[in-house]
Design a protein around this ligand. Structure first.
Ligand SMILES: C[S@@+](CC[C@H](N)C(=O)[O-])C[C@H]1O[C@@H](n2cnc3c(N)ncnc32)[C@H](O)[C@@H]1O
Ligand code: SF4
Length: 396
């Protein structure tokens, strides 16, 4: 692999990718035993809604100094549980973005929700605040599994919330976690079939991963939790692909399935190496700055209290802000681009200064792990099954 410095030649506005903004809301009503996101208990949150709005606004203004060119095409309120935010706070953040960059008239504005904080009037107020796409954390349509996952809602609660979301928002999606302990491929096929009866246009289907520093990790280490073996997990992955494809929701990314035209624009843009500002505690950002003629990465302080204090002091809560070098840009372009089923165009990669070693690409094509399309870097179905191995061989 060759490296090029600077990472991407940025000189005019035309060189800039469209702009997205990720806003992290770090609070949840309860912490799930599998989750290692930057999450904190809501009842211990410090700061009033006005303090939070002021801090988000200040960080947005700081980021605007680095990338003033708009408009904002996509916004993603992720968490944590952003459905615990007040609609006024959501509206205030969106109006700050509109003042600073302009929000595109067809902007996609996603908000992640938990069924326990998604009663219909609240969803309507979030829609009125500007949210266009709701992503609901369902996790399982099986009450025993929900209890095991530490969830405080039933599958019926999730169904009611999703049906309301389908009525209220132009777009709605839900998340499920499969390959859970004791789950058989047949049981997953039944559960996924029942989920598909809700006629979703988008679903995120994740295999359960056991993350360090979670309660499940401790349980696994103590021998109290065993995941399905590799064969069973591979069967569940195949079932997922075939049931979803048959229902008209093929995968467009490793864990994401959508009907034609319903992929999440924000996430697709970030997997394609687009620009997104990371706002809020623990948020990561990637943004091209004409002012600095470079692509920058940012990481904010994870602790909500520390983030609030730093924003008050410095006008932003970023703990790191770095110029990405050519090697990092290449590594990310490959890691993220290969997650997408359509892969990423080699010409688009070259425009960003990424030139992969032709011999290595050819040998992976010959091994059937990359598709034979010579204009793209695209994993084949066999390559997607062993993506980490494929990426290792490309970047070794
Ligand atoms: C921010 S949460 C979604 C919204 C909301 N917080 C909720 O849980 O209802 C993002 C999603 O990541 C997935 N997730 C988190 N930890 C996971 C893990 N260890 N294995 C698989 N999926 C996981 C869950 O499906 C979860 O819905
Ligand atoms: S899965 Fe969702 S609700 Fe559970 S801890 Fe993670 S972010 Fe919070």
């Amino acid at each position: 692999m060759s490296t090029t410095l600077p990472a991407s030649p940025l000189s005019t506005k035309a060189d800039l990718p469209p702009l997205g903004v990720y806003v992290h809301w770090p609070f949840c009503a309860a912490i799930c035993p599998y989750c290692d996101f930057n999450v904190h208990l809501m009842h211990k949150a410090k700061g009033s809604p006005a303090d939070w709005l002021s801090a988000y606004r200040q960080e947005l203004a700081y980021a605007q100094g680095l990338r003033p060119q708009g408009p904002v095409e996509t916004v993603f309120f992720g968490g944590g549980t952003p459905s615990l935010m007040s609609p006024d706070l959501v509206a205030g953040i969106l109006s700050a973005m509109d003042e600073m960059w302009g929000l595109a008239p067809d902007a996609e504005i996603t908000l992640e929700a938990n069924p326990m904080s998604a009663p219909e009037p609240h969803l309507k107020a979030l829609r009125a605040a500007g949210v266009t796409r709701l992503s609901l954390g369902v996790q399982a349509f099986d009450d025993t599994a929900l209890k095991f996952l530490g969830r405080t809602h039933s599958s019926q609660d999730a169904r009611v919330a999703f049906e309301a979301a389908q009525r209220i928002f132009p777009r709605a999606s839900f998340d499920l976690i499969y390959a859970r302990p004791n789950q058989t491929p047949d049981a997953w096929a039944r559960e996924l079939s029942a989920a598909l009866e809700l006629a979703p246009q988008h679903m995120s289907l994740y295999q359960l991963t056991i993350e360090p520093d979670t309660l499940f990790y401790k349980h696994q280490a103590a021998g109290k939790l065993t995941l399905p073996d590799e064969d069973a997990a591979a069967d569940m992955y195949e079932i997922t692909q075939s049931l979803c494809t048959r229902a008209g929701l093929p995968a467009y990314e490793i864990s994401n399935h959508a009907a034609q035209g319903h992929a999440c624009r924000h996430n697709v843009a970030s997997w394609q190496g687009g620009d997104y500002l990371g706002i809020g505690p623990g948020a990561h950002g990637r943004v091209s700055s004409l002012e600095k003629a470079a692509r920058l990465s940012s990481v904010a302080h994870r602790s909500p209290t520390q983030w609030l204090a730093q924003v008050e002091k410095d006008g932003h809560g970023w703990a790191e802000e770095q110029v990405l070098d050519g090697e990092s840009v290449e590594m990310e372009a490959v890691l993220l681009g290969l997650r997408l089923v359509e892969g990423v165009g080699l010409e688009a990669l070259a425009d960003r200064g990424v030139h992969l070693e032709p011999a290595r690409v050819t040998s992976l094509r010959e091994a059937g792990l990359l598709s034979s399309d010579t204009t793209r870097l695209q994993a084949s179905p066999a390559g997607r099954l062993i993506l980490d191995h494929l990426i290792g061989r490309l970047l070794a």
